[in-house]
Write a protein of this length. Structure first.
Length: 155
């Protein structure tokens, strides 16, 4: 849990640096991208990750049956990551509302905080999809090893 808190602290720091730099350069790109595209992007990432996780879990179940190994911890972690994505979506919606609200315009600190939160949710979502991609690559590697072992047994 502490590791997760530190990770999101880093995301907030990186996001703050990006927002600060964008503001200093007078660029609206980051603000426009985060407020206009992030929710759609997060929905797409959730859809992709859900489909990928389903395939991953079915393959893990198959491996578990073949080798009498349990993957309950991995399954639980994949489920937690899905909840995490929905949490990030909720944070992004609230932050997007704040970042685009006329009532917040007189309070630049609130606007900056909302943009930092949006950036951190984007970074967090990218990390989740990266982790899922790594899991798929590891699974493919294990599957290749298993095929290689079967070929050696036949020889």
């Amino acid at each position: 849990m502490m590791r997760q808190v530190l990770r999101y602290g880093l995301y907030l720091l990186v996001s703050y640096a990006a927002v600060w730099g964008s503001e200093r350069l007078g660029s609206d790109f980051l603000r426009d991208f985060l407020t206009r595209n992030l929710i759609t992007l997060l929905v797409a990432l959730i859809a992709i990750n859900t489909a990928t996780r389903t395939a991953l879990l079915s393959k893990l179940k198959e491996f578990g049956q073949q080798r009498a190994v349990g993957f309950s911890h991995t399954s639980r972690q994949l489920r937690i990551a899905l909840y995490e994505q929905f949490g990030l979506m909720a944070v992004a919606i609230v932050a997007c509302i704040l970042a685009t609200s006329a009532a917040v315009a007189p309070y630049p600190l609130v606007l900056t905080g909302a943009l930092v939160a949006l950036g951190a949710t984007f970074i967090g979502s990218l990390q989740i999809i990266f982790d899922t991609g790594q899991a798929v690559l590891i699974l493919l590697e294990k599957e290749h090893e298993q095929e290689h072992e079967q070929e050696q047994e036949r020889e």
